[in-house]
Design a protein around this ligand. Structure first.
Ligand code: CP
Ligand code: NVA
Length: 307
């Protein structure tokens, strides 16, 4: 991979994404046979997390350990990034101890600054803007289920947030149509859409809807995420009102293709963006998707940290 960091999907090429998927497949097959190559023996990954996490933290820690390495976790209370110490000093010092850093934070500029001054790979483990490890996992999971991305209608219902943005970029870079339905005021922002269209390179792959029923028509994949992301808690009640018709429920599934698969990055807010019936139902691939975080992150770590 030409970039030493994984900060945004837009920094990757189509062939780099395909390489991540190939390595994921190989590592997952090995793992299922009871073998994990120790290609990162002795390598140490630092995890700097300024927001809560279950999947990302645990899957990254398990990933590095299964490949022979080790992880060190630093919460915001410990590292107090930018307050106790300048980000550039954190980056410079950690680069002398570690072999890679995964960071979960608020501003994308924090991830960028850390990467600018670090001499080791920096992985975006979620920012307000992007969630690239999630999106790579999502599309890998879709490929696993359908064996192709050709003629697969992928629809995101909900907020034009970090998860939607990274998923949109991944679909577009791989030449796949991406549909999104968001309530007024919560759409993908115009600057992002402008950049996304540049990624699409003249192809008409990006489709915006306001009505979730319109978007869901014949969908093969229907995806949602929380109405209120981390850091937006003060807006939760207003958002609950704005998003109340943007729920994946049994009625919406009737409009989708018969073989529709339901996805959610988790954590889910059952009864809000998705019903119990749907997330626990036979169309849900949510837990396979969550499992694949581990396999995809192993591939990312192998490709970035082995250089
Ligand atoms: N999907 C995801 O990133 O989950 P966590 O917030 O639990 O890490
Ligand atoms: N959009 C959510 C994703 C959580 C994994 C958030 O940023 O809180």
């Amino acid at each position: 991979m030409k970039n030493k960091d994984l900060i945004s999907i837009a920094d990757l090429s189509r062939s780099e994404i395909e390489e991540i998927f190939q390595v994921t497949k190989d590592l997952k097959e090995q793992h299922m046979k009871g073998f994990d190559e120790k290609c990162l023996s002795g390598k140490i990954l630092g995890l700097i997390f300024e927001k809560s996490s279950m999947r990302t933290r645990v899957s990254l820690e398990v990933a590095i350990v299964q490949l022979g390495g080790y992880a060190i976790y630093q919460s915001q209370t410990e590292i107090n990034l930018g307050k106790r110490e300048a980000i550039k000093d954190v980056a410079r010092v950690l680069s002398r101890y570690l072999n890679g850093i995964a960071i979960r934070t608020f501003g994308q500029n924090t991830v960028q600054e850390l990467a600018k001054y670090a001499t080791i790979p920096v992985i975006n483990a979620l920012s307000d803007l992007y969630h690239p490890c999630q999106a790579l996992t999502d599309v890998y999971t879709i490929l696993e289920k359908f064996s192709t991305l050709n003629n697969i209608k992928i629809v995101f219902i909900g907020d034009g947030n970090n998860v939607a943005k990274s998923l949109a970029q991944t679909c577009i870079l791989l030449g796949t149509d991406f549909h999104i339905a968001s309530p007024k005021g919560y759409e993908l922002d115009t600057d992002f859409i402008y950049e996304l269209k540049k990624l699409a390179n003249g192809k008409n792959l990006f489709h915006v809807h306001q009505d979730p029923k319109d978007a869901a028509k014949n969908a093969n994949v229907i995806y949602t995420d929380t109405w209120t992301s981390m850091g937006q808690e003060a807006e939760a009640e207003i958002r609950r009102q704005a998003f109340r018709n943007y729920q994946i429920n049994a009625d919406l599934l009737k409009i989708c293709a018969k073989d529709v698969k339901v996805m959610h990055c988790l954590p889910a807010h059952r009864g809000e963006e998705i019903t119990d019936e749907v997330i626990d139902g036979e169309r849900s691939i949510v837990y396979d998707q969550a499992e694949n975080r581990l396999h995809v992150e192993k591939a990312i770590l192998k490709l970035l940290l082995l250089r």
